[in-house]
Design a protein around this ligand. Structure first.
Ligand code: ADP
Ligand code: MG
Length: 348
């Protein structure tokens, strides 16, 4: 859906060579973290560990055609998202990301200008989340674009939060709102089909700005981690909502060996998301439960933090942890109790 009237300049990667490309990309990054002793340019990066912290490591690989579609995903947004989703995993351990490495697989379909757009997004994310790009690998791929990011971070020994710590009677909470990213994807897919059927048709996205931006401009909730720190709150369990609330909550239940009760009418949803759900003949409740890629934080906390959580805008208490025997249950808007099942969408 690119503008066919303007002919952007195109520099072939072959003319540049791998070393020049890496040098060119690296020149746009500066280092901010004290723990980065040596970044890009040697055989390995050198980092200084912190004795009082646990080191966190996470990776995510994104494949063209499986995880993203370049016909409606701008490369700059993709670069940003590749970093943000990894930072979200570090945040879900209650940690702060300090360094990332980026591996890319490229075919000759991609020009230097395209890679620059991708790295502009990577650079924006590194700058926003204050982490250093300290290395990576660049290789050729037969057709599609591959981007794999590893993020390193730290968390104080006494503040580490796993999926396995939820206790009976803990509050179940979620940041932000849910379901928007999934519906944003539905809109983009629909407009793509319209465009494929008739290339004269330009995408109509104005009225879907919020949900489309939630799909294309993923953000990690590092602000919530900072807030926990300021409040002296350490959640008992936490996960980021990537597959969908139900599926991700079931991970907490399984790993903590507990049950859960969630109230459908407490699930946070924006009006724009609700409108789009109805337009797609989807139940808004189903979308908040099963839509993925919102990258909000789902966590459990001890009841003693009830007041601080209630007073905090942008955090919703959606239920509580129960005994294992009860399993995970949803109290529907019509007050029926039904089992909570994972329908998070899989890439397999
Ligand atoms: P090696 O052959 O030893 O793996 P490379 O030529 O692949 O070395 O990489 C040289 C330096 O550039 C290393 O510091 C590496 O981490 C970095 N690097 C390579 N590709 C990328 C990339 N896509 N993004 C960031 N750094 C990269
Ligand atoms: Mg290499």
């Amino acid at each position: 859906m690119s503008d066919s009237n303007s002919e952007p300049s195109r520099t072939e990667l072959d003319n540049l060579g791998e070393f020049k490309l890496i040098e060119h990309l690296a020149s746009q990054f500066t280092q901010k973290q004290q723990s980065t002793l040596l970044g890009i340019g040697d055989d390995a990066a050198v980092l200084i560990p912190d004795a009082n912290c646990n080191l966190l490591v996470t990776s995510d690989m994104l494949l063209e055609g499986v995880h993203f579609d370049l016909s409606y995903t701008p490369l700059k947004h993709l670069g940003y998202k590749a970093i943000a989703v990894n930072i979200s995993d570090i945040a879900a351990m209650n940690g702060i990301c300090t360094q990332v490495t980026v591996n890319i697989g490229l075919s000759n379909r991609f020009s230097l200008e395209a890679i620059d757009a991708l790295y502009e997004g990577i650079q924006m994310a590194c700058s926003h989340y204050q982490c250093d790009l300290v290395g990576g690998d660049t290789t050729s791929s037969v057709t599609g674009l591959i981007i794999s990011v590893t993020a390193l971070g730290y968390v104080g020994n006494d503040r580490l939060v796993k999926r396995s710590g939820a206790k009976h009677n803990d509050l179940i909470c979620v940041s932000g709102d849910l379901g928007a990213a999934y519906l944003g994807l539905q809109v983009l897919e629909r407009e793509k089909q319209v465009f494929l059927a008739n290339s004269e048709m330009q995408p109509q996205l104005d009225q879907y700005e919020y949900i489309v931006s939630r799909q294309l401009k993923a953000e990690a909730r590092t602000d919530v981690v900072t807030w926990f720190h300021e409040q002296g709150i350490v959640p008992t369990a936490m996960i980021d909502v990537s597959d969908g609330l139900a599926s991700d909550l079931l991970h907490i239940c399984k790993q903590s060996v507990v049950g859960a009760r969630v109230y459908e009418d407490r699930l946070p949803i924006e009006a724009a998301t609700k409108d789009a759900a109805l337009e797609f003949n989807l139940n808004p409740g189903t979308v908040t439960l099963h839509g993925g890629e919102d990258y909000e934080l789902l966590f459990t906390v001890d009841q003693k933090h009830h007041q601080s959580i209630e007073n905090q805008q942008g955090i919703s208490v959606i239920g509580h942890i129960t005994d294992t025997g009860q399993g995970a249950e949803l109290v529907t808007a019509s007050e029926e109790i039904v089992p909570l099942e994972a329908q998070g969408w899989r890439h397999f």
